[in-house]
Ligand binder design. Structure first.
Ligand SMILES: Nc1nc2c(ncn2[C@@H]2O[C@H](COP(=O)(O)OP(=O)(O)OP(=O)(O)O)[C@@H](O)[C@H]2O)c(=O)[nH]1
Ligand SMILES: [Mg+2]
Length: 188
């Protein structure tokens, strides 16, 4: 598989124009969106990851096998980013989600230990309301023991979504997530 960085964009005018289908990665700051992209592509240094929340501030497009894009969206809910930036974030993300015709699938990434936070639920409701297909990914499962994991997954299911357990550390879930992505891209 070939994955390549294409563009880091802060404005819709600079989004790619070749109309390939897109899979977007959404979730709170520091939840592990960029790490997930790296695990799925098998390229550990493709998307920039960091311990500093709010690292991804622009929309980053990665072309996958020349036939689709993975889109790394900036994380939300990081309190230390000044409101002028959170507003810019909202405008950029809303513009992308509402108007991007090539967006075929969103991956909503949750920290399994924390489950649904208010902004995650806002986003889920928005996706449901607009009939946009999405996967819910329960990440960082390597940090939990078996009973904590089961409790975390059960809490996520309460919102009517079946989470796909994932760990960037162990690679658990990579195959299942790829399968879900491929199925959606083929049928849409
Ligand atoms: N233990 C563990 N740590 C993880 C996992 N995924 C990500 N991390 C760590 O969590 C931190 C944040 O990961 P990122 O992938 O940068 O998170 P992000 O969602 O892209 O963050 P922003 O770009 O700031 O929104 C990093 O220190 C990662 O190494 C995981 O599955 N398990
Ligand atoms: Mg990131």
């Amino acid at each position: 598989m070939k994955a390549e960085f294409v563009v880091s964009s802060g404005r819709p005018e600079t989004f790619p124009r070749d109309r390939l289908p897109e899979v977007a990665f959404l979730g709170r700051s520091n939840v592990g969106k960029s790490s997930l992209i790296n695990a799925l592509t098998g390229q550990r240094k493709l998307a920039f990851t960091s311990n500093t929340p709010g690292r991804t501030q622009t929309i980053n497009f990665y072309r996958i096998d020349g036939n689709s894009y993975f889109v790394d969206l900036p994380g939300y809910g990081y309190a230390r980013v000044p409101t002028q930036f959170t507003n810019a974030w909202k405008v950029l993300i809303e513009e992308y989600l509402e108007n991007r015709e090539t967006l075929k699938l969103s991956c909503l990434v949750l920290d399994t230990r924390r489950g649904w936070m208010e902004k995650d639920l806002d986003l889920k409701r928005w996706l449901d309301h607009h009939g946009r297909p999405y996967l819910v990914i329960a990440t960082k499962v390597d940090k939990l023991n078996q009973s904590e994991l089961e409790r975390g997954l059960r809490a996520i299911r309460k919102e009517g979504a079946e989470p796909l357990p994932f760990s960037a550390v162990t690679g658990r879930g990579v195959r299942e997530i790829w399968q879900a992505i491929t199925t959606t891209l083929q049928t849409r």
